[in-house]
Write a protein that binds this ligand. Sequence first.
Ligand code: ATP
Ligand code: MG
Length: 410
Amino acid sequence: MSEIKKVRGFQDIYGENAKKYRYVVDTARDIFQLYNFSEIILPYVEDVSLFIRSVGEETDIVQKEMYVFEDRGGRKVALRPEGTASAVRAFIEERLYAKGGYHKLFYEGAMFRYERPQAGRYRQFHQIGAEIFGVDSPVSDAELIKMVRDILDALGIKARLEINTLGDFESRKEYVRVLKEYLKKVENSLCEDCRKRIDRNPLRVLDCKVETCREVIREAPVLIDFLSDKSLERFEKLKEYLNGLGVEYIFNPRLVRGLDYYTDTVFEFITDKIGAQGTVAAGGRYDTLVKQLGGPDTPALGFAAGIERLMLLVENLPIERKPVVVIPVVSEFNIDALKVAEKLREKGIKTEFVLKEGSLKSRMKLANKTGAEFVVFVSEKPELKDMETGEQEQFDNVENLIDVLVEKVV
Ligand code: ATP
Ligand code: MG
């Protein structure tokens, strides 16, 4: 029979990669805890209109990347392409705002986008992310950005921070008008997608990855020249706080994000080490989104980082202890050996009991495959072998052996 393969753009994460995945997630979780964020576990499936109304009708995500289907009850649902929309929906639906104050949430898990698969780009990928609801002060922007920097530092990942401000919707209107005019003039140099974007969503052109478009964009008018004093002041404050925290940044006046909901601050952490898929973490403020989705007027901001891209940049995993391997010399000692393994595990020692029966030689081969630190041979006169030094010691009973082993390992 023919083998069934995984679906294009999806992947199995196992072995060293699974360890890397866990290491990235655990490290991020530690930092989230340090900043006193609480976890929110969100559903993978949402009403499709949630993403249309938040991410934006004219975005690539909604236009061409979303997994949309009808469930058996005739509901039109989507596999979530990102986490913020769900977090906002939950914030409103669960009335989190009713408690007053402000709210700091983090999440982790799979996202789905129908994109062209390549290194660092999959159809199912995974993100860690965090959101802050209910604060408009730029101290919150600074703290969120610093938290992302801390996560990257903890993982030993170097990435430059680029920041920009998109201002409020009012000041953006005039810019959009001027930008449209400019883009119409250079229309012939733009890619097909961008030509369509001129009228529907001109800001998106600034985010295009096509080289010819990028050249045109370099000459385009910049948003910052059109911003209100209030937006500019806010941005100055943020920069002050980042300076105060010693967080280095590059001001990139052309940085926009691929989603519609951002206002004021946007930022990306970028590396050149993994080719075109260089953005490892990205985020910004979205002060109007909660209201737009039917909640109370609530300023908010957040970020998300792609776990697979972080994994590509993690060089050293923490060293893991090798197991102690327990081998019954002959099958008559199976029960004794199982009990030895049990006792070692009770002491918190990572233990492999060789599960396959067979000759001592074949079991020793299996022990070697697991990369044993010590091997315990269980028989009337049990023996302990140190795999590093090759030394082997015989004992009168397993109790004595375990005592000696615990001394060495714990
Ligand atoms: P890109 O410009 O690379 O497509 P994006 O702007 O679409 O990224 P966001 O929606 O801001 O990305 O998601 C945040 C992060 O999630 C990205 O910076 C990236 O690390 C990761 N990410 C996004 N799409 C994918 C994907 N298809 N596969 C793997 N990681 C992804
Ligand atoms: Mg994208």
